[in-house]
Structure formats: C-alpha cells, structure tokens
Ligand binder design. Structure first.
Ligand code: FMN
Length: 183
C-alpha cells in the first residue's frame, strides 16, 4: 500500500469482529515494531501479546472501570498487546534527567505506531490505550516491578464498515518553513 494511504486508513478501532487473529500476522506487526528507531538504539520495549481468551479478558478488564468507562469496548478485542518499557541504563537515565524528558516513552510510542501501521496493512484494527490499571496488569502478567507499562493496544478484525474522516488540525496550523509564526 502507498504509505500515505496506509496512514489514512489506520484509525482507532473500538468495534471488533468475533474472529481470531492469525499469529503470523501478529508476528509481522511485532517485526515492524522491532525495526523502530529508539534513543541510543536502546530498544527498551517488550510486546506481550495476550491471545489466550481467559488471560486476555483479565487484562482487558483492567483497562476500564465503572467510573472510567470509555475503554469498556476493549474486552471485545480478541487480542491485547501490552507494551512495557525496560528500566533505562545509567547513561539514558542521565539523559532523561538532563533533557527533562522520557526517551523510553517516546521510543515505545514510535514502535507502537509501527505495530499499528503494520496491523492496518494486515487488514487488522487497533486502538492504542493510554488508560489502564498498570498495577493490575503487571500482576496478571507477572511483569517485573522495574518494568513500566507504557501502552496497551487492542487488536482484532475491525467491525467498522468505513474509515472515519480524520479530525485533525490543518497543515497550516501545525507546520511552517523557517519560522515559528502561528496565529
Ligand atoms: C497515547 C495514546 C493514548 C490513547 N488512549 C486511548 C484510550 O485509553 N482509549 C481510547 O479509546 N483511545 C485512546 N487513544 C486513541 C485516540 O483517542 C485516537 O488516536 C485519536 O482520537 C485519533 O483518532 P484515530 O486514532 O481514530 O485517528 C489513545 C491514543 C494515543 C496515541
């Protein structure tokens, strides 16, 4: 697919078909994520693919609550991917402090989007989830204390029939050549 068409086709999918996802397709998504760039090439990510129904439902149920119900669609996804961030090495820890940033979070954001774009190419739908109960998911999946969960992704065949129009700022609002002049 032409890259821009692929980017236009990716959308957050919150409705899934009751259809299992082939592992070879998921493996290609992980491969796309594996090739992502990262600060100091640290590759601080782990992708925990949860496709066993019982375990998957337990993880999915930790992405919403009665109070925060916008992720209540997640249990209907047949696969959940939990993206963790390794504890940074000393040099990167220093970099994070000196530059007042979190390179690990940036890195897994890029890798996760690689994953999602490959999923689109495979005819699959994804939704990146930034809201979840980290403590609960870490317990369910036995994730070591020192590893942080950065993102969770729901994955499956989309139940949406159309690609929604993207609600985005215009190019003029977000980009300029050679100056920072925005109204
Ligand atoms: C870091 C991040 C966290 C997000 N968290 C959630 C979430 O918890 N629940 C959800 O339904 N969508 C979540 N989204 C999806 C966004 O709402 C969505 O990407 C945005 O509205 C643009 O729509 P589109 O993905 O369909 O183009 C998240 C997206 C990102 C990048």
């Amino acid at each position: 697919m032409i890259f821009l068409d692929l980017v236009r086709k990716r959308q957050s999918v919150r409705k899934y078909l009751d259809k299992p996802v082939e592992r070879e397709k998921i493996d290609r998504c992980v491969e796309a994520a594996r090739l992502a760039p990262s600060a100091s090439n640290s590759q601080p990510w782990k992708f925990i693919v949860v496709d066993g129904k019982h375990l998957k439902n337990k993880v999915a149920n930790a992405t919403f609550s009665k109070l925060v119900s916008f992720n209540a669609f997640v249990p209907r996804a047949p696969v959940i991917v939990v993206v963790t961030i390794d504890k940074p090495k000393l040099m990167l820890q220093m970099g994070n402090v000196l530059k007042k940033t979190n390179y690990g979070l940036i890195d897994i954001g890029i890798a996760t989007e690689h994953f999602c774009l490959q999923a689109t190419e495979e005819g699959l739908g994804t939704c990146i989830l930034g809201w979840f109960n980290e403590k609960k998911i870490k317990k369910i999946l036995d994730i070591p204390k020192k590893n942080k969960i950065g993102l969770v992704v729901s994955l499956g065949y989309s139940g949406h029939e159309t690609i929604r129009e993207k609600k985005r700022k215009s190019v003029k609002e977000i980009s300029n050549y050679n100056n920072y002049k925005f109204d």
